[in-house]
Design a protein around this ligand. Structure first.
Ligand code: NAD
Length: 485
């Protein structure tokens, strides 16, 4: 394992590091400082071609290996990530701008766990058998698909990258994977680990580059049979069209505009602590963050006062400093987007109750991309601010009278990823959980994840499900065998 953050990243193909075929590189910028600190390949179709050739060669042996063999290697990968946890966490923070404490406590341990979990799941994965009494027996074989593409975003760089790669590998596929070009470093470090863990060459190939060149080539290559994508709804729709034309399997985890629904009877202290997190964790750049806070009108003012007091305690600053609760947003491009969304909210008549402006910390972060946690009220449910994903430290407050209105506001969105419901009334929570049109519902909690459960959204939030056996089903092809006796 390397011990210094490198200034030059390379592609990992067939167990070797490669420069991009066309020699083109992109700048990798630390969003907390605004400074370029490394170069990454901007890979193109030629690099994808090389990776596919390597994967094709590796597939026959890997696909026939036992789940136990694959488990041993993948478990070793998990252990090695854990052994180098601090290094991975620092690399992620440099790329992403999130507080180092968050990378260390959550993102990197969960990335390691993805390998362990899916490798273990594969050993327990079962296929169905259907008897036709007295006549025949059907059984289903689940075979690996072949070569698959995994494309991930920048918000949880290593966690979401491994969330796709791990089930694909565990199921016996060979993988061409691409992290976001905005946060490539942890994926690069992973290459050093997988080699050390004994993953055969060509089984996992990691390319770097942007969506238009590298990502598109990974979707379009005729030998790539399935695409697992997490990212924006815009890119997801483009990928869906291309894959449909070639009959490729797709799993699409896309944007969200998640409601947090707060009733007067909730466990107030727990709700308040959690809603602050679900609004602003990772600077609001988690697809599962609740960006529309819906509050029963009887407790609206009480909520507003207390929430604003808690939000004021979220220190924004250098992500490497222990006291920083909020780091930088991921890039200048994203900073500009979030700031323009705040401007739109003002134009729409919203009142800025907190934040709404950028911050320039002193010292090494003076040119970083920091935005103060922003709380807005006074906007209607169907305005741009409440309908479009912002994906930053910006939330809106809206009030509702009763359960029926809460449901209407929750479901007005074109997105349907996740919702959080805060109430002590069990019957109400069950009723709402059934009717809120989202793929994931949390009642009196947020981000509590059991990896065995299906994960994903409806409407513009995507299609297909990840997690547990859903992921293993996605990455295998069922084949039915019918024997008449
Ligand atoms: P993005 O769509 O810009 O990029 C995601 C990845 O796709 C990157 O690796 C990018 O290079 C690649 N890409 C972009 N266009 C492509 C194309 N046409 N073909 C192939 N690859 C392409 O998204 P982003 O800005 O990196 O991530 C933020 C988005 O991701 C937000 O909308 C957020 O809600 C979403 N997200 C969703 C989930 C989920 O589980 N539903 C999780 C995290 C993030």
């Amino acid at each position: 394992m390397i011990t210094q953050i490198p200034e030059l990243i390379q592609n990992y193909i067939n167990g070797q590091f490669h420069a991009p075929a066309r020699g083109q590189y992109l700048d990798n910028i630390n969003p907390a400082t605004g400074k370029v600190y490394s170069q990454i390949p901007n890979s193109t179709v030629e690099d994808v071609e090389l990776a596919v050739a390597a994967a094709e060669q590796a597939f026959p042996e890997w696909s026939k290996s036992t789940p136990e063999y694959r488990f041993r290697i993948m478990n070793r990968i998990a252990e090695l990530i854990e052994e180098h946890l601090d290094f991975f966490a620092l690399a992620e923070t440099n790329d992403n701008g999130k507080p180092l404490s968050l990378s260390t406590r959550v993102d990197i341990p969960r990335a390691a766990e993805n390998f362990r979990f899916f490798a273990g799941s594969m050993m327990h994965f079962a296929a169905e058998s259907h008897a036709m009494p007295g006549r025949a027996i059907n059984y289903t074989l689940r075979k690996p698909i072949g070569i698959v593409s995994c494309i991930s975003p920048w918000n949880l760089p290593l966690y979401l990258f491994t969330w796709k790669i791990a089930p694909a590998l565990a199921a016996g596929n060979c993988v061409i994977a691409k992290p976001s070009e905005v946060t490539p470093m942890t994926a690069y470090l992973l290459c050093h680990i997988v080699k050390e863990a004994g993953l055969p060459d060509g089984v996992l190939n990691i390319l770097h580059g942007d969506g238009i060149h590298c990502g598109a080539a990974m979707v379009e290559h005729s030998k790539i049979k399935a695409v697992s994508f997490t990212g924006s709804t815009r890119a997801g729709k483009d990928i869906a069209v291309k894959c449909a034309a070639e009959l490729k399997k797709t799993s699409l985890e896309l944007g969200g505009k998640n409601p947090a629904i707060i009733f007067e009877d909730c466990d107030w202290a727990k709700m308040m602590k959690t809603v602050v997190q679900s609004s602003f964790a990772n600077q609001g750049q988690i697809c599962l963050c609740g960006s529309r806070i819906l509050i029963q009108e009887s407790v609206y003012e009480k909520f507003k006062t207390e929430f604003l007091a808690e939000v004021a305690k979220l220190t924004v600053g250098d992500p490497l400093e222990k006291g920083s609760k909020q780091g930088a947003v991921v890039s200048k491009l994203h900073f500009d987007k979030v700031m323009s969304c705040i401007a739109v909210a003002k134009e729409e008549g919203g009142t800025i109750l907190a934040g709404g402006y950028a911050l320039q910390p002193e010292g090494r972060c003076a040119e970083g991309y920091f935005i103060v946690p922003t709380v807005i009220e006074g906007l209607g449910p169907d305005c741009k601010t409440n309908m479009e994903e912002i994906f930053g430290p910006v939330v809106t407050l809206q009030s509702f009278k009763d359960e029926a209105e809460a449901l209407e506001l929750a479901n007005i969105s074109d997105y349907g990823l996740a919702a959080t419901i805060w109430t002590q009334d069990v019957s109400r929570s069950v009723r709402l959980a059934e009717q809120v049109n989202c793929g994931i519902i949390w009642v009196n909690c947020w981000l509590l994840r059991d990896l065995r459960t299906p994960f994903g959204g409806v409407k513009n939030s995507g299609m297909g499900r990840e997690g547990g056996w859903e992921a293993l089903r996605f990455f295998t092809e069922p084949k039915n065998v019918c024997i008449e006796y």
